[in-house]
Design a protein around this ligand. Structure first.
Ligand code: HEM
Length: 498
């Protein structure tokens, strides 16, 4: 009976709003939609999932419906629909749930899923609380700690050859970001760029990669993720990541007991003012080590490498575009000639901003955002033969927002150069909901200012130290998917000292 009344309400809503059916993917397997799932897996393995997604949108429309493991799902790359899901109809959509939090007495060794409830994976009050707790982490005071950035940068510099030999900057930049992010999240940097480090950053980052890839696969498989149950490398990787985070949690809990959490080294107080360390704030709220582990992982997951990936992508293009590089370096040298680096100075170098915008437009690290519909909702476009009528999305529908496809849509960015790295476009481009590398609405990335500041800092400092960065790689940018997308071949370059 309830189903009939729900159906009647749904039909009425559809009529009242002039909704039409979205176009549909022509499945060979209409029961579970396995054909599209398997094809996607195949193209992901051959590093061409992004191009495959673009072809799907070209063929079936910029919003289309498909079958995902027996459930209706929708993909869209249209700004109007993405705006509705992220902002105007925010309350009707939630994040796609990951697995349930394990019970308190389960140990890290149990091979639990990588992440449970936290800012990324929760809705409602848990999300609101996590969001307010994390906010001070990204205040201007926090993100402009240039003396700390400079300290880590000098260690990076020591590892860059000055004899015209080739270096892969990608893993070095990841280590740099790991050093800076562990400092502001845990209050203690892993110092993996340091010559005396005992921390095996390669082993840890590999484990993080495997666990993130495994998490992505499980998200794709949905309730059928149990078929990955025997995946030992994933379990081992999750164990490594959990053990690392748990070490910090144990330390912070012990410090809190000793009433040490509030105390900073006098030297730090003088030079940096009081720092907001996320873990110390979290420990004030709960002493449950499992809850602390998952809350921290939810922030550590984007913090540990997203900025490095963005900078790698930018430098990949700069190393192949000598004219763009020369103009940028000239602007940087002019701006920094008589002034020390500051937040305002980094913001004032316009061409640097254009280059940053263009890098994350062309290679958006999270290429799509995932949501689930909690209440029958009308989206503005995507219905009918021309795709211009509204569509009605049913409660329970999964929806994928393909921001990367939108960022290279020729109808928005120009038929000739939507796929080309051309920073000059930002002299006139003023996109709103057509450009969402950091998402939008209440869940917009809280770290965008910090990401820009750190990226700009690295690029400026590199061009102060080196007069040229030349590519030493003939391969094109080739996608590799984890939870974010990066270049499979790293960043092989030669740097010419200034
Ligand atoms: C180039 C770098 C980055 C990009 C492109 C990026 C992009 C995004 C996007 C698109 C979202 C929205 C996700 C959604 O709506 O489902 C997001 C959320 C988030 N980002 Fe970032 N991010 C970056 C760097 C970072 C860094 C460095 C941190 C932490 C230090 C961070 C922390 C977060 C957090 C905690 C959220 C969840 C916000 C919420 O759900 O309320 N991000 N990010």
């Amino acid at each position: 009976m309830q189903r009939v009344s729900e159906y009647l309400i749904f039909s009425q809503l559809k009529r009242q709003n002039g909704c039409a059916e979205p176009r549909k993917y022509p499945h060979k397997d209409p029961i579970l939609g396995l054909d599209l799932f398997l094809e996607s897996g195949k193209v992901m393995k051959s590093n061409s999932l992004l191009a495959f997604n673009h072809r799907l949108f070209d063929t079936y429309g910029k919003t289309f419906q498909y079958n995902s493991w027996g459930h209706i799902a929708i993909r869209t790359m249209q700004p109007e629909n993405i705006q509705a899901v992220l902002s105007t109809s925010f309350g009707a959509f939630g994040v796609v749930p990951l697995k349930v939090k394990p019970s308190k007495n389960q140990k890290p060794e149990s091979g639990n899923p990588l992440m449970s409830k936290g800012i990324f994976t929760a809705d409602g009050v848990i999300w609101e609380h996590a969001r307010s707790l994390i906010k001070p982490t990204f205040s201007k005071h926090q993100i402009t700690n240039f003396s700390s950035l400079e300290g880590h940068f000098r260690k990076l510099l020591d590892l860059i050859p000055r004899d015209n030999s080739t270096v892969d900057l990608a893993p070095l930049l990841k280590r740099f970001i790991l050093d800076t992010s562990t400092e502001f999240l845990f209050g203690k940097s892993v110092e993996c760029l340091s010559p005396t480090t005992t921390f095996d950053s390669k082993q840890f980052l590999d484990a993080f990669d495997i666990s993130m890839r495994g998490l992505g696969e499980r998200l794709m498989l949905g309730k059928f993720s149990f078929i990955k149950g025997r995946d030992q490398p994933y379990k081992d990787a999750v164990k490594t990541v959990h053990a690392y985070i748990d070490g910090h949690v144990e330390r912070a809990l012990a410090e809190q007991q000793d009433h040490k959490a509030e105390k900073l080294d006098a030297n730090e107080r003088n030079h940096k003012g009081k720092r907001y360390i996320l873990l110390n704030e979290m420990v004030k709220e709960t002493q449950d080590p499992v809850e602390l582990r998952y809350s921290l992982l939810n922030v550590f997951f984007p913090a540990h490498d997203a900025t490095a990936v963005a900078v790698n992508n930018i430098l990949f293009h700069l190393a192949r575009e000598p004219k763009i590089q020369a103009r940028l370096r000239a602007d940087i040298m002019a701006a920094t000639k008589s002034q020390p680096l500051s937040f305002e100075l980094l913001k004032s170098i316009k061409y640097l901003r254009y280059i940053f915008n263009e890098g994350i437009r062309l290679h958006t690290p999270p290429n799509r955002l995932l949501r689930i519909c909690h209440k029958d909702t009308v989206l503005p476009v995507g219905g009918g033969v021309d795709g211009k009528s509204p569509i009605l999305v049913r409660k329970g529908t999964n929806i994928q927002l393909h921001t990367q496809a939108m960022h290279v849509d020729p109808d928005i960015w120009g038929a000739n150069d939507a796929h080309v790295f051309r920073p000059e476009r930002w002299e006139t481009a003023r996109p709103t909901w057509e450009y969402l590398p950091f998402g939008g609405g209440p869940r917009i990335c809280p770290a965008q200012q910090m990401t820009y500041t750190e990226s700009a800092f690295i690029i400026v400092r590199l061009f102060q130290e080196f007069k040229e960065i030349r590519s030493r790689d003939v391969e094109p940018w080739t996608e590799m998917h984890r939870m974010i997308v990066e270049n499979k071949n790293g960043l092989k370059v030669m740097l010419v000292p200034a």
